[in-house]
Design a protein around this ligand. Sequence first.
Ligand SMILES: Nc1nc2c(ncn2[C@@H]2O[C@H](COP(=O)(O)OP(=O)(O)O)[C@@H](O)[C@H]2O)c(=O)[nH]1
Ligand SMILES: [Mg+2]
Ligand SMILES: [Zn+2]
Ligand SMILES: [Zn+2]
Length: 235
Amino acid sequence: MHESADEHTLMRILGNNEELAAHNREHFDELGLWAINLMSAPGAGKTRLLENILSSWTEIKPYVIEGDMVGELDAIRLRRTGAEVLQICTGRSCHLDAQMVGRVLHGDSLQGKDVVFIENVGNLVCPAEFWLGEHMRIVLLSVTEGDDKPIKYPVIFHKCDAVIFTKCDLLPYVDFNVATAASNVNALNPKARIFEISAINQQGIPDFVSWLKSRLVKYKDERRSELCASPSRPE
Ligand SMILES: Nc1nc2c(ncn2[C@@H]2O[C@H](COP(=O)(O)OP(=O)(O)O)[C@@H](O)[C@H]2O)c(=O)[nH]1
Ligand SMILES: [Mg+2]
Ligand SMILES: [Zn+2]
Ligand SMILES: [Zn+2]
């Protein structure tokens, strides 16, 4: 969508998006919903990881927002876990934006949920620029993509909380050096947590889910103290 946008138009679009995202964040917090934005190139394993999380983390009341350009294939896969899933088709746009997510937040389907997973459109470039109001950003990089990708697509790796190297079962067959990839990520983002997983043999998934659980507890604690300080409601 950016091919015809000059620098000014782009800054205006992004500025407007930031405002809408901040409003989304108020809604998330008012609903007590912890929001996670999952981003990666197409096929890195976002839906497969979500299938694993949703079937193993049974204590939460999850909601999933699925972003794809066309179709409902991923939403159909994820509904099989029993989760409530809303598909957003972005048409020609190669990322989700705050307005698309805001439309969902102004409905009442999120009442009673406590974690919302947002699967962004498969793309390592512009999803990074469009904050949706989420609390946590996770980037997946599959070992088939190459350990140099953090260097080539720095923005998305710079602006995230965790990076997951996926498809680690394929490491014996591909030229991907985990230590090199990790140092490429940490050179841009020293605070990013790094996980190595495989959805085929479950390697690393319990550790990753435990980490998510601890971060959810932290969010709920912070939310409780904020609520005591200023109990306001968004429009
Ligand atoms: N070998 C292997 N394949 C995987 C793994 N995770 C996902 N895949 C496969 O990679 C393809 C893309 O996965 P999907 O979850 O749809 O990726 P998404 O486009 O990021 O949502 C599918 O054929 C998955 O079965 C993994 O850990 N190991
Ligand atoms: Mg998917
Ligand atoms: Zn885009
Ligand atoms: Zn509102």
